[in-house]
Structure formats: C-alpha cells, structure tokens
Design a binder for this molecule. Structure first.
Ligand SMILES: [Ca+2]
Ligand SMILES: [Ca+2]
Length: 283
C-alpha cells in the first residue's frame, strides 16, 4: 500500500512538472557575441583606419582617437535579431558616430549593409537608419536613409552629455524597430528597390564602428530575443550637506507578469486531479 501511494505521488508530481515545464518555458535569449571592454582592451576587433582606445574613465568603453575618421570591426554574421549597444552623446553638434551593425566590405567605397548614425544634419542632431549599398553604376557605396529621428532640433537645448542605449531589431522580412533608452524612435517596413539601390540585404560578416572626435560605444550585445540592456549608469546625487557619487545599475525593462501564468497553473492543477482520480480508480 505504501509503494502504491508512493507511485501515485511520483506519477502525479511528474505529470505536474511536465505540464508546468511545457507551458512556462521562456523564450530563450541567445547571445552571438558581446563586448563591454571591461578588461581594458579591444582584443577580437580589427582596426580599418585611425586609432581606438579603451579608456577607464568614465567607464571602460571603445573610444576613437580625436584625429580624423577611425573605423574598427568585430566579426558578426547576425542579420536578424537584436543588436544592443550604448553610444555616448557628448552634447556637441560635431559629434559623429555610425555603427554598421550589419556589414560586408572594408572601406567606405565598398560597404554593404545597415547602420545607425548619430549625426548633425540639416540643423538637427538626429539618429538615422541607413542602408549602405554598393552601386556598380557609380562604383562606390552609397547610403540611403530608411528612417530618422531628431534628438535635438535647431533652437532647442542640446541633450546633456551621457550614455544612451540603443536596441536595433530586424526580422526576417527586413522590418526594423529601433529604440533609444527603451523608447521606440524608428520603425520601418521592408525597403523597396529604388534607383541604383538593391533590395533588402541578408548578409553580414562584420559589425563596424565608424567614429570621429572621441565618440564612444560600449556594452555591445548581439543575438536574438535579448532582454533589455543593463546600463552602467553613474549618477551624482546632490544633498543639502554633501555631494555623493554613486554607481547604480538600471535594468530598462518590465518584470514578467506572474498573473499571466495563473490560467496555466489552474489547467495543470485540474489535469493532475483527473490523473490522480483515474489512478485511484484503477487501484
Ligand atoms: Ca576585451
Ligand atoms: Ca564598459
């Protein structure tokens, strides 16, 4: 009798775990590669021009030299999924950083792919999504703007210098969604073929950073179904008697809603009861 009860308990437990496991398996994030430069180097990256450094202050990041244009890449074959990274916006309209998160080629003349571009453009300081396309007609790569969003417009106050994180999502159909600090700023539909431009590109072998004037990038994570980036935020708190500087970690995201699991748990419980009744009847 004891063994019989034990079997019933074992079977019931297994069925319950199986049902819960089947229904509650989360979408698994897969990281293809990442780098936060916390080891103080940029091993694994290849410089295509200019110079880069990983200064310790204000935090380990990849920063270009002040002289002219610098370009560097990390191998990356990702063409759908997420590209997460932080860019430093220095509040200077001269600032210019472009991240070719999907790219082939090694020069400005032969790049193919897509980029996020922080730029001073037509009196505005904006974020643009570009399609880089090699044109056999002109024998050079040309850029086509798929979408843009102003950070600063002429006459308004430039944003305070600081790190801002970007989340670029691209699906198999070529739809882009780009958020800045968890706010969607650019969405696009699959691009149509125009003039000398080819259609959507699904090839990549590089993640290229093209930067000028101390522009910086950090906390790069490339993969699929990635959770929101965890930023390294240094905040200064002013008090009436003293000023303290503290480092806080902020997760920009939403907590899972456990109430959404309640119906599943209810169904699982009902199935378990039915199984127990059937087993008891057979005994
Ligand atoms: Ca490193
Ligand atoms: Ca870092």
């Amino acid at each position: 009798m004891k063994f019989r009860n034990l079997n019933i308990i074992t079977i019931t437990t297994l069925v319950f775990l199986l049902i819960i496991g089947t229904f509650s398996t989360p979408v698994s994030a897969a990281v293809a590669w990442s780098d936060d430069f916390s080891d103080g180097n940029y091993d694994g990256w290849t410089i295509l021009g200019g110079a880069f450094d990983t200064p310790v202050s204000p935090k380990y990041s990849l920063t270009c030299s002040p002289a002219g244009l610098s370009m560097i890449y990390h191998p990356s074959t990702q063409f759908t999924g997420n590209w997460l990274f932080e860019l430093y916006e220095d509040g200077n309209v001269e600032s210019d950083i472009e991240v070719l998160f999907m790219a082939t080629g090694t020069t400005l003349e032969d790049f193919e792919g897509y980029s996020i571009h922080l730029r001073y453009w037509e009196s505005d300081y904006d974020v643009a999504l570009h399609r880089w396309n090699y044109s056999s007609i002109f024998d050079v790569s040309m850029k086509w703007t798929l979408g843009q969003n102003d950070i600063w417009t002429s006459g308004s106050t430039l944003p305070d210098p600081g790190w801002h994180w970007y989340n670029v999502t691209r699906d198999l159909d070529g739809n882009f969604t780009i958020s800045r600090d968890d706010i969607i700023i650019i969405t696009t539909s699959p691009e149509v073929e125009e003039f000398e431009f080819d259609g959507p590109n699904n090839t990549s072998d590089k993640f290229v950073v093209k930067a000028e004037e101390y522009a910086s990038i950090d906390t790069i994570v490339v993969g699929t179904d990635l959770p929101p980036i965890t930023t390294e935020t240094t905040s200064t708190t002013s008090a009436t008697t003293s000023t303290t500087t503290s480092t806080t970690t902020t997760t920009n995201g939403t907590q899972p809603d456990l109430t959404s699991l309640l119906p599943i748990i209810g169904i699982a419980g009902a199935v378990v009861i039915i199984v127990v009744v059937i087993i008891l009847k057979k005994k």
